[in-house]
Design a protein around this ligand. Structure first.
Ligand SMILES: Nc1ncnc2c1ncn2[C@@H]1O[C@H](COP(=O)(O)OP(=O)(O)OP(=O)(O)O)[C@@H](O)[C@H]1O
Length: 232
């Protein structure tokens, strides 16, 4: 298992925001995490990435607790929010920084960014602008590309479609599919867009008040089932 979660609890004072008995992510799976505002999606991702320590329970990656070992960092890419970026760099400088961490040459970086050119829409590279001066949507594109640059075995993205214009959302959907198909990347993404997430992900997990209430393989009926579930 690339990720295994057991009896994972996160509580702030006396409010429990995540409470998951068990969640297994196998290598090569594409999983969409859905749930209303405050359901605990981001908190779960932060615990998977050792950014937040659980109140109870453990997260293991390839059987090793993420809190006690760095091995997972070499095969895990992630972009949760713009806080992950280095604002005073240009996108080129940031990609070089991330590429250096993974021993990629300038040529490797250029080659690996090639599939992102449609998504970048001519607005990311050679702009002579720092990341801080880009729009939220374009910052997100930089973050997603940087997270995927090392071709990680596991890619974790929090709301990758948010703040993107409709054309960019469609381009991102195709890109994520092709990262999975061409590199066997395991994807774990959260989204409020039920249609996009069911198109990209073969498995959908619904989180409600910190708990997993449904975990299903995506079929042609899943979108309808999700829409019914979220209709109040
Ligand atoms: N540092 C913190 N201190 C106190 N409460 C927190 C903290 N971080 C998160 N929470 C609470 O945990 C709950 C889950 O938040 P989280 O951001 O994980 O939800 P989410 O599913 O990602 O929501 P959204 O869809 O709105 O992004 C919320 O009620 C939030 O207020």
């Amino acid at each position: 298992m690339i990720i295994e979660v057991k009896d994972l609890v996160k509580a702030y004072s006396d409010t429990t925001v995540v409470n998951i008995q068990s969640l297994h992510v196998a290598a090569g799976e594409t999983i969409g995490l859905v749930g209303n505002n405050g359901a605990g999606k981001t908190t779960l991702f932060r615990m998977l990435l050792d950014l937040v320590r659980p109140t109870d329970g453990v997260v293991t990656s390839k059987s090793i607790p993420v809190a006690h070992n760095d091995a997972w960092k070499y095969y895990t890419g992630s972009h949760l929010d713009e806080g992950f970026l280095i604002d005073y760099l240009t996108p080129e400088e940031y990609f070089k920084f991330i590429g250096d961490l993974h021993g990629l040459s300038t040529g490797d970086i250029q080659e690996r960014l090639q599939p992102f050119m449609d998504l970048f829409n001519g607005e990311i590279l050679q702009q002579r602008k720092y990341i801080r001066d880009f729009s939220k949507g374009n910052q997100k594109k930089v973050g997603i590309a940087a997270a995927a640059l090392s071709h990680p075995e596991l890619l974790i993205l929090d709301e990758p479609f948010a703040n993107l214009d409709p054309s960019s959302q469609i381009r991102l959907k195709n890109l994520l599919r092709s990262l999975h198909e061409q590199h066997g990347m395991t994807l774990l993404i959260s989204s409020h867009d039920l249609s996009h997430v069911t198109e990209v992900c073969e498995r959908i997990v619904i989180l409600e008040k910190g708990q997993i209430v449904q975990d299903m393989q995506t079929t042609q009926d899943t979108l309808q089932a999700l829409e019914a579930y979220f209709t109040v």
